[in-house]
Design a protein. Structure first.
Length: 404
């Protein structure tokens, strides 16, 4: 135990991003927050940002703020997320609705782009929202959902997709980082496999945006959706983002034709004519308040660089894997994440028959991981807000709870 804590202290002392730890709101009574991959911590600057917004943008400028800034905020913020975290050139990313709604929009648009095909291919263990939306879209369009099996620890492999896609596959839907194991998919190779079969591919980036340098443009990705309340720290219910590669602009057409996505919003036309480019994927009034908190986190990521964030993420997860091996394996705990850091996202999952009971005990003691049915505990390590000592302390708390 001493060696682990000493190693953690040394890593924290050498951490080039350690100053950012002080940017987040303190949580009295919480000694280790290991759930930043589910809900990121708020920044200390967020209350002032919200107060300024209420006093100035909303309170003083009133409706004039729509013309002055709010109307363009979804695309401007989308461009910033694309540049800072997604490897996406301007004009392809927009902040709009919830993850579920944006998944629906892009799945419907994706299958409509292949009208002669009959199937949606999706990993059978994908997050419930992705699977439920895919089933709904298939029912609406008279399509078949084909379920792709994968290794529960190492996730979907390029060979899995290459063997499963056919001339009937309209759309492939996959998560870049598996929400359970943290397995990191090979985006470039899998995208190529989908394209070789003539299919459109949609990536769920909820567990990679803000913690992994994604390369959407370089990989030739068609479509992507991600949330902003995990590693982008936008707060509960903050809006999601959608990416549509520029080559699909003017070709794909989203199914929820709202006023804000029209080409001329104030023409009040009798027939819907979509806006050019990514703006057409907006439907209703943008959630301006919900876009405030994430802007501070984007400032931090941009100053740190996403590559440095990834380097610290690897350091954190490697230390946790070591701690699991040294302190938990003898207690019957199984590592449910890839051992190789290059194949792992920002969280580590461990398994034990008493996982639910242990998680409840940890929460009562101010150590906050999360439980995943049936027997998993996820240790989420948000690099800018989590120290190495905090990460190791969380593992040691699991050990103590099991011994107790």
């Amino acid at each position: 135990m001493t060696d682990l804590l000493d190693a953690a202290r040394a890593l924290d002392a050498a951490d080039p991003l350690r100053a950012h730890l002080d940017a987040f709101v303190d949580a009295p009574g919480v000694s280790a927050y290991l759930d930043g991959n589910s809900l990121g911590r708020p920044l200390k600057e967020t209350p002032a940002r919200i107060a300024d917004f209420i006093r100035e943008d909303w309170g003083t400028r009133l409706i004039r703020s729509w013309d002055e800034q709010w109307m363009d905020l979804p695309t401007q913020l989308g461009d910033r997320i694309g540049r800072v975290t997604l490897g996406a050139a301007a004009g392809q990313t927009v902040v709009a609705d919830s993850t579920t709604v944006l998944l629906y929009k892009l799945m419907r648009a994706g299958v409509a782009a292949r009208p002669d095909r009959t199937e949606i291919l999706i990993e059978e263990g994908n997050f419930p929202t992705d699977r439920f939306v895919a089933e709904g879209v298939a029912a609406e369009r008279g399509l078949t959902v084909r379920w792709l099996a994968s290794d529960p620890v190492n996730g979907v492999q390029p060979a899995d997709v290459a063997a499963a896609v056919t001339e009937q596959t309209a759309l492939v839907v996959l998560s870049h980082v598996d929400y359970r194991s943290g397995a990191l998919a090979n985006m470039a190779a899998i995208t190529d496999a989908a394209h070789e079969a003539g299919a459109v591919i949609l990536w769920d980036l909820c567990h990679s945006a803000g913690v992994i340098p994604v390369q959407l443009d370089a990989c030739g990705v068609d479509l992507a959706v991600g949330c902003t309340y995990k590693y982008l720290n936008g707060g509960p219910g903050s809006p999601a983002f959608a990416y549509v590669n520029a080559r699909h602009h003017g070709v794909l057409r989203q199914p929820i034709q709202g006023w804000m996505g029209a080409g001329d919003v104030f023409a009040m036309g009798s027939v819907y004519a979509p806006a050019d480019g990514i703006r057409q994927f907006i439907s209703g009034t943008p959630p301006v308040l919900g876009m405030l908190a994430m802007q501070g986190m984007l400032d931090l990521i941009e100053s740190a660089t996403i590559d440095a964030v990834r380097a610290k993420s690897v350091s954190l997860t490697e230390l946790v894997v070591r701690a699991v091996d040294e302190e938990l394996a003898s207690l019957g705990v199984r590592l449910l994440s890839p051992v190789d850091a290059s194949l792992r996202g920002g969280h580590v999952t461990i398994g034990h028959a008493r996982a639910a009971e242990v998680t409840t005990a940890l929460w009562a003691d101010g150590v906050i991981p999360d439980f995943r049915f049936p027997d998993g505990i996820r240790l989420g390590l948000s690099p800018l807000s989590t120290s190495h000592v905090e990460a190791v302390s969380g593992v040691l708390a699991v050990r103590d709870a099991l011994r107790a």
